[in-house]
Design a protein around this ligand. Structure first.
Ligand SMILES: Nc1nc2c(ncn2[C@@H]2O[C@H](COP(=O)(O)OP(=O)(O)OP(=O)(O)O)[C@@H](O)[C@H]2O)c(=O)[nH]1
Ligand SMILES: [Mg+2]
Length: 231
């Protein structure tokens, strides 16, 4: 609500309308590496990395489990806000997925909010192998300050962003577009920027895997003529 400017986000990754194949990324292996709160604890940044961010309970861990086809790889919970660490997972021995700590649950002291902000900001600033952030929005909720703050940081730091509206199974298809209007308004992003996802129906899995693949391969072309990071 007036919090963000109206221009589209810099560095938004392209929505994958160009590839109608069903193939995309094949997941061959997925392995928990470690949890860490500070850069000293991060695993070596040798592989390209994709991070998952969003409010606590939005479904970050559930999304990762569906993407890698492993029900219990990442612990999901109905008690929000328990994980105050970044959890690193290696996929196909080829790239990393990072589950960032959730934010925004009610009734936490300001000090905890600040600690979260510091942890997230430090990671985004310092992790040079970070290729994209998948930012999740619950279809039933209006984005709040933390989500918008995160979007601003991603723009500022020029980090490609893959916005995902999740838990779409909670809303009928007819009501979907009406339901997301507050998300479009608050973020200033066009509808086409978003992937729709449900961990229950697995809708959106291929779409998101394709966008991850694009984000991972964009980097390989960095030496070339690509204009994404111009300016
Ligand atoms: N109906 C429905 N429920 C979902 C979906 N995704 C996640 N959930 C449920 O939402 C709750 C929270 O999911 P998590 O994946 O643990 O959420 P999180 O974002 O990792 O939460 P934190 O780790 O606390 O930050 C769990 O009870 C999930 O089963 C979805 O697409 N549809
Ligand atoms: Mg989680």
């Amino acid at each position: 609500m007036g919090y963000r400017s109206q221009e589209p986000a810099v560095g938004l990754t392209q929505a994958p309308t160009f590839n109608m194949e069903n193939s995309s990324l094949q997941i061959k292996s997925a392995e928990f590496i470690k949890g860490a709160a500070r850069p000293e604890g991060y695993p070596p940044g040798e592989l390209p990395e994709i991070a998952f961010a969003g409010r606590s309970n939005v479904g970050k861990s559930s999304l990762i489990n569906v993407l890698v086809n492993r029900r219990g790889l990442v612990r999901t919970s109905s008690t929000p806000g328990r994980t105050q660490m970044l959890n690193f997972f290696e996929v196909n021995r080829h790239f990393m997925l990072v589950d960032l700590p959730g934010f925004g649950f009610a009734k936490v002291p300001v000090s905890v909010k600040k600690a979260w902000a510091r942890m997230a900001r430090t990671y985004l600033e310092e992790r040079s192998n970070l290729r994209a952030v998948i930012l999740l929005f619950d279809i039933r909720r209006v984005p709040r300050e933390e989500e918008l703050q995160l979007l601003d940081w991603l723009e500022e730091l020029n980090i490609p962003t893959i916005p995902v509206i999740t838990k779409v199974d909670k809303v009928t298809r007819n009501r979907r577009l009406g339901q997301i209007r507050p998300i479009l308004e608050a973020t200033g992003l066009p509808q086409e920027a978003f992937s729709f996802f449900s961990a229950v129906t697995r809708e959106g899995r291929e779409d998101i895997l394709q966008r991850i693949e694009v984000a991972l391969s964009d980097e390989a072309e960095e030496t070339g003529t690509d204009t994404v990071d111009a300016e």
